[in-house]
Write a protein that binds this ligand. Structure first.
Ligand SMILES: Cc1ncc(COP(=O)(O)O)c(C=O)c1O
Length: 423
C-alpha cells in the first residue's frame, strides 16, 4: 500500500501534485510519502504485537534525518553500520539505548564513539573485533554490551551481492566457531554478553530461510545456556523483500507469525532490523526527459537522473516500474507503447534505469517517476561524473518539505584543495 496515485491522469504524492513539486524543486529528486512510511513502519512493528521486541530501522536503506526522525516518533530504534549512521541517528533523536551497531569493519574510533554514546549493543563480527572492543572499553573504563553476529550458512535465495548468511560471505562468525568466542568473551573484563544476532541477506521473498536460520540459532542458544551463558536479545536482522516486479514476498504479518511460532520457549527480546520493506515503496525518484532518440536498433529516452542517483538497475540489474507523472490523453493504449531504454547522462553503457522496457510515449520535457526507489536509492547515490546529488522531498498530506537541498557545484568541490606546489 502506498500513497502515489493518479488523480485525473496526474500522479500525486498524498495530496500534492508531483509536477508542482518539480516546478519548485527542479529535477531529479527523491520523493517520500510520510503516510506510506508511517503505514509501513506501523504494519511491520505491530505485526509482532505483544512479543517483546524492538524494531531497529536499517539506516543504510534511507538515512535522511527527517525520515529517521519520523521513525523515531513511531518508536523505532536504529540499526547502524558506521559512525556516520550513529551520528545521524542521534541527531535525528533516536535514543542511544535503541541503537545497535552491525558491520564487519568497525574502526577503533567508531567502536569508541558507539561506546561513549551508550548504545544498546555492538553486533561483533570477528574475534579480532572483540579484542579491539575490549581494549577500547578498558581505556574508556566502560563495559561494552555485545552480541555476536553468527553466520548460519543458510541460502537466502536472493541476489548474490545481497546474500550475507552463506559460509562464503564475509559476514559474521561461522556458527561452528562461535561457541569458543562466547566462552572467551565471558571472561573478558570489559565485555558484557547480551545477545546473538544474524542477518542472512536482503530482498528475501520466502520465509523458509528465516525460519531455518532461527532453528539453527535456537540450537546454538541452547548450547550457550548449557555453559551458563544466557541471552537477553535475539537479533534476526532485516531482509524481508518487497515487490518490484512480480515477486510475491510474504506480508510482514506472515513473517512475524512464522518467527513468533519459532520463538516459543525463548525468553528474550527480539530485535528486527528491517530497511527495504519499510521504505522501498514509500519513495520514488522523479526525473525529466532531456531527449529522445531512435538509433537503428534502439529507442532511447535520456533523462536527467542517472546511475549516480539510482545505482540499483546498474548494480543488480534491478527492476523499477516507470510511470509518467502526467498521462497523455488516451494512455495507456497499446498503440502508443514502445520498447525503450531509459538512460542517464553518465558516460557508461551501464548507466540505465530500465532496459528493453515497454513504456508509453515520453516526450522531451516530460516528467517520469521511477517507482519503489525509497530503499537503497539516495543512500547509494554518488557524485560520479561530478553530478551534484539530487534533492530529497518529504510530503505530508497537502504539504511538501525539502529535506535535503540539491547539491550544487560549490558543494561538489567544497572539501578539495590545491596544494601550494601547484599554485
Ligand atoms: C546487518 C543488516 N541489518 C539489516 C539490513 C537491512 O536489510 P533490508 O533492507 O533487506 O531489510 C542489512 C542490509 O544489508 C544489514 O546488513
Amino acid at each position: 500500500m502506498h500513497h502515489f496515485i493518479y488523480k485525473d491522469n496526474e500522479l500525486y504524492c498524498e495530496s500534492v501534485a508531483i509536477s508542482d513539486i518539480a516546478r519548485e524543486v527542479g529535477t531529479p529528486f527523491y520523493l517520500y510519502s510520510s503516510a506510506t512510511l508511517t503505514h509501513h513502519f506501523n504494519t511491520f512493528d505491530k505485526s509482532f504485537g505483544e512479543l517483546p521486541h524492538l524494531t531497529c530501522f536499517a539506516v543504510k536503506s534511507c538515512s535522511n534525518l527527517a525520515v529517521l526522525r519520523l521513525f523515531s516518533t513511531l518508536g523505532a530504534g536504529a540499526d547502524i553500520v558506521s559512525g556516520g549512521e550513529l551520528y545521524r541517528s542521534l541527531k535525528a533523536g533516536i535514543g542511544p539505548r535503541r541503537i545497535i551497531y552491525s558491520g564487519v569493519g568497525k574502526t577503533e574510533e567508531e567502536l569508541r564513539y558507539g561506546l561513549v554514546s551508550d548504545i544498546l549493543m555492538f553486533n561483533v563480527e570477528s574475534e579480532q573485533e572483540l579484542e579491539r572492543l575490549q581494549q577500547v572499553a578498558l581505556e574508556q573504563d566502560l563495559v561494552a554490551p555485545v552480541s555476536f553476529r553468527i553466520n548460519p550458512d543458510v541460502d537466502p535465495k536472493t541476489h548474490a551481492y545481497i546474500s550475507t548468511g552463506l559460509a562464503k560471505n564475509k559476514f559474521g562468525i561461522p556458527i561452528e566457531q562461535a561457541e569458543k568466542i562466547y566462552l572467551r568473551a565471558r571472561n573478558m573484563s570489559h565485555i558484557k554478553i547480551l545477545g546473538v544476532s544474524c542477518h542472512i541477506g536482503s530482498q528475501l521473498t520466502e520465509i523458509s530461510p528465516f525460519t531455518e536460520t532461527l532453528q539453527k540459532v535456537k540450537l546454538f542458544i541452547n548450547k550457550l545456556e548449557a555453559h551458563g551463558i544466557s541471552i537477553d536479545y535475539l537479533d534476526l536482522g532485516g531482509g524481508l523483500g518487497v515487490r518490484y516486479l512480480d515477486e510475491k514476498p510474504p506480508h510482514p504479518q506472515e513473517y512475524a507469525r512464522a518467527l513468533k511460532d519459532e520463538m516459543e520457549g525463548l525468553e528474550c527480546t527480539l530485535i528486527l532490523e528491517p530497511g527495504r520493506v519499510i521504505v522501498s515503496n514509500a519513495g520514488i525518484l522523479i526525473s525529466r526527459v532531456l531527449y529522445t532518440k531512435q538509433t537503428g536498433t534502439k529507442n532511447f529516452i535520456i533523462v536527467d537522473a542517472a546511475m549516480n542517483d539510482l545505482a540499483r538497475p546498474s548494480l543488480y540489474d534491478a527492476h523499477h516500474d516507470i510511470l509518467p507523472v502526467k498521462k497523455k490523453a488516451g494512455q495507456p493504449d497499446e498503440e502508443s507503447l514502445q520498447i525503450v531504454d531509459v538512460v542517464g547522462p553518465i558516460c557508461e553503457s551501464g548507466d540505465f534505469l530500465a532496459r528493453d522496457r515497454e513504456l508509453p510515449a515520453f516526450d522531451q520535457g516530460d516528467l517520469m517517476a521511477v517507482m519503489s526507489s525509497g530503499a537503497y536509492g539516495f543512500t547509494m547515490s554518488s557524485n560520479y561524473n561530478s553530478r551534484p546529488r539530487a534533492a530529497e522531498v518529504l510530503v505530508k498530506d497537502d504539504q511538501f518539505y525539502i529535506i535535503r537541498e540539491r547539491e550544487n557545484y560549490e558543494t561538489l568541490i567544497r572539501d578539495e584543495s590545491i596544494p601550494d606546489f601547484l599554485e
